[in-house]
Design a protein around this ligand. Structure first.
Ligand code: SF4
Ligand code: SF4
Length: 409
């Protein structure tokens, strides 16, 4: 390790805030979080346990900053050190369940994102994650697809009216995982059809919609995401939008909670998840669905419930949509992740599928016939799980169920 490398390592490790250093240092290794961690539960790999990640991060930090380093000089951080920490940090869905469990209230979600940022600066980001970043840079979506394919879902689903207005009260921010993944096209169709049925003054951003930037945040590229935030906010402001509706839990969390931090101000529009909008329209009697007869369960997306603060709205909406609703175990604030978060699919899809199957098994035990969620990543994860197993459960977004029960789908 040259002195320049040492300086860069120090610079990277200085990204930890005082609070984060205190959390890392005082972690009691009680393992309460480990019991709840979905990646550890399915893999039993000690390196994936959150407490082990804390210890390894501290060890790395101490090589540069502990008393011995100050008195005798810092010790080198090797490629193996960084790779080992990256193996731990990226085999994590960033579901935040460890944060809810920790008796000391450590903000582990933020902490694990910061660990990824530090790993990035130390050159240890997994290559598949770096590929995602490159595609985002080139095409403003994480799939590397042409930006003009963003509205293909509207053609495929025969949406009658495709509004792209200069001015509108509401913008429907579709999100990349809905716009570019065929399995989610009907989610976009459902939301658009409901907005049309209600005769709302709404618009799509079309090609002017860029990824919300969530994958960059999850990759630890806080700097890169700012450009996406600035672009999207400007696109919305220039159209005079008062309310942004999104059906994606990741887009929702980033717009609502991360953009104000990244931009240093709160944009002048309201951010609403589609299930909140739907709940209000059902409660006001503006939408009158015929409830489904099948047994319906709901999976809370981590980014919508625990990390986004929306737990009641989907349940209240489902009261109008299903006559036989059952609550899954490990739900709400304590939701067991579906496996679809944190870019785990790019790094360890087998582990993602093991987590998906655990959750699907819980739904099957309750006799769930339709498993709903409020996030296209959850839907993709469950759809992959059903396809690869003998579990016969229909996987739908809440908005698709709503459109179906309203006779729109
Ligand atoms: S965020 Fe979720 S997957 Fe990551 S360590 Fe915590 S509980 Fe485990
Ligand atoms: S629950 Fe908190 S204190 Fe216990 S091991 Fe996890 S992070 Fe450390």
């Amino acid at each position: 390790m040259t002195s320049r490398d040492r300086d860069e390592a120090k610079e990277a490790l200085r990204k930890f805030t005082r609070r984060q250093l205190m959390e890392l240092d005082t972690c009691a290794h009680c393992a309460l979080c480990t019991e709840k961690c979905p990646t550890y539960a399915e893999s039993q790999v000690p390196n994936y346990a959150p407490g082990v990640r804390s210890s390894k991060t501290v060890r790395l930090y101490n090589k540069q900053f502990d008393l011995r380093a100050r008195l005798l000089g810092s010790r080198p951080i090797t490629e193996e050190d960084v790779a080992d920490l990256a193996d731990s940090a990226f085999n994590c869905t960033l579901c935040g369940r460890c944060m809810e469990t920790c008796p000391f209230g450590f903000q582990t979600h933020e902490l694990w994102v910061r660990v990824r940022e530090v790993i990035r600066d130390l050159g240890g980001t997994p290559s598949k994650v770096l590929m995602l970043e490159e595609m985002l840079e080139e095409s403003q979506n994480p799939y590397g697809l042409e930006p003009d394919m963003r509205l293909d879902w509207a053609d495929y689903t025969d949406l009658e009216e495709i509004p792209e207005k200069d001015q509108a009260d509401i913008a429907y921010f579709v999100g990349c995982t809905t716009a570019f993944k065929g399995a989610n096209h009907e989610v976009a169709f459902a939301i658009a059809s409901i907005l049309n049925k209600l005769k709302e003054n709404w618009t799509l951003l079309g090609e002017d919609e860029w990824c919300c930037g969530s994958p960059l945040l999850l990759a630890g590229d806080e700097h890169g995401v700012k450009k996406f935030a600035e672009h999207n906010v400007e696109a919305l402001k220039s159209r005079g939008v008062k309310t942004v509706i999104t059906g994606c839990a990741g887009c929702f969390r980033v717009f609502k909670w991360e953009y104000p931090k990244l931009l240093g101000y709160k944009p002048d529009f309201e951010v609403v998840h589609a299930v909140e909008f739907l709940r209000d329209k059902l409660a006001s009697g503006e939408l009158n669905p015929d409830p489904a007869k099948e047994r319906v369960g709901y999976h809370d997306p981590c980014e919508l419930a625990r990390l986004g603060g929306v737990i009641d709205a989907p349940r209240e909406a489902l009261k109008y949509l299903a006559s036989d609703y059952v609550e899954l175990p490990e739900s709400g604030m304590d939701v067991r992740c579906c496996g679809g978060g944190g870019l785990l699919q790019a790094v360890n899809n087998d582990l993602r599928m093991a987590i998906v199957n655990r959750r699907l098994g819980q739904a099957r035990e309750l006799g769930v016939e339709i498993l709903t969620s409020g996030c296209p990543s959850c839907k993709l994860a469950f759809a992959d799980g059903v396809r690869e197993s003998d579990i016969e459960i229909e996987v739908l977004d809440v908005m698709e169920l709503a459109a179906r029960q309203l006779g729109l789908l």
